[in-house]
Ligand binder design. Structure first.
Ligand code: AP5
Length: 209
C-alpha cells in the first residue's frame, strides 16, 4: 500500500511510521530525516537547508520534490511506502500525483497543546534517529538510545520559537492538503491524541491492516 502520513509537527507520524513499516513491510520515507541526515553529513544539501530547518520554515518545493521523485524511482518502493512529511504544500501534492499513485492518506488529528508537549519533551538519537520522550517514552538509560546506544539530543527545531513557526507554517501551507485529499476520497482521520498503542490500533482499524 502507498500511504501518506499527514499531520502537524509532533503529531506522532514518525513514531507510528516506525511501527507501521514492520507491520506492512514497506519503506519509511521521511523528508525530515533525509534533510537531517544531509545536515549531519555536511553535504551541499545539508549546508543549504540547515538554517531553514532550524527556523521551522519549509525547504523549497523544487528541492524537496526532486528528492522524493528520485527516492520513489527506487525498486523497494514499487509495492508500497509510507511518505512521512511529504507532501507539505499543494504544489508538492500535485507534483507527486505526476509520478506516483497514492492509495490512502492518513491524517493525524491532534490539538496544538499536545503538539507543544510532545515536541518540548522529544529526544532523538543522533545515530539512528529513533525518537523518545522525557515523559511518554523514556529510554531505559537517560540520554542513551535503547536501540543503538547512540546519544540522545534535542532537535534545534524543537525550541519554543521554532515550534511556534512550524505550527504557523503547518496551518498556512500544509493543512489545506486535508481538504485536497478528502475531496479525492482517500483521506482517513486518525485520532493521534491517545497513547501510542491506542494510536496504532486506531490506525489498524482505519486501514484494515
Ligand atoms: P519533519 O521531520 O517532517 O518534522 P515534522 O513534520 O515537524 O514532524 P516531527 O518529526 O516533528 O513530528 P512527528 O509527527 O514525526 O512526531 P514524532 O513521532 O517524532 O520535518 C522537519 C523539517 O524538515 C520541516 O520543518 C521542514 O523545514 C523540512 N521539511 C520536511 N519535509 C518537508 C517538505 N515536504 N517540504 C519542505 N520542507 C520539509 O513524535 C513527537 C514526540 O511525541 C516524540 O517524543 C514521541 O516519542 C512522542 N509521541 C509520539 N506519539 C505519541 C503518543 N501517541 N503519545 C505520547 N507521546 C507520543
Amino acid at each position: 500500500m502507498k500511504l501518506i502520513f499527514l499531520g502537524p509537527p509532533g503529531a506522532g507520524k514518525g513514531t507510528l511510521a516506525a511501527k507501521a513499516v514492520e507491520m506492512m513491510k514497506v519503506p519509511h520515507i521521511s523528508t525530515g530525516n533525509i534533510f537531517r541526515a544531509a545536515i549531519a553529513a555536511q553535504s551541499p544539501l545539508g549546508i543549504k537547508v540547515k538554517e531553514i530547518l532550524d527556523s521551522g520554515r519549509l525547504v523549497d518545493d523544487e528541492t524537496t520534490i526532486g528528492l522524493v521523485k528520485e527516492r520513489l524511482a527506487e525498486e523497494d518502493t514499487q509495492q508500497g511506502y509510507i511518505l512521512d512529511g511529504f507532501p507539505r504544500t499543494i504544489a508538492q501534492a500535485e507534483a507527486l500525483a505526476g509520478f506516483s499513485v497514492v492509495d490512502r492518506v492518513v491524517n493525524f488529528d491532534i490539538p496544538d497543546t499536545s503538539v507543544v508537549e510532545r515536541l518540548g519533551g522529544r529526544r532523538t538519537c543522533r545515530a539512528c534517529g529513533t525518537n523518545f520522550h522525557i515523559l511518554f517514552g523514556k529510554p531505559k538509560k537517560e540520554g542513551i538510545c535503547d536501540h543503538c546506544g547512540g546519544e540522545l539530543y534535542t532537535r534545534d527545531d524543537d525550541r519554543e520559537e521554532a515550534i511556534k513557526k512550524r505550527l504557523e507554517v503547518y496551518r498556512e501551507q500544509t493543512a489545506p492538503l486535508i481538504d485536497y485529499y478528502r475531496k479525492k476520497g482517500i483521506l482517513e482521520d486518525v485520532d493521534a491524541k491517545p497513547a501510542v498503542e491506542t494510536v496504532v490500533d486506531n490506525f489498524k482499524k482505519c486501514l484494515e491492516v
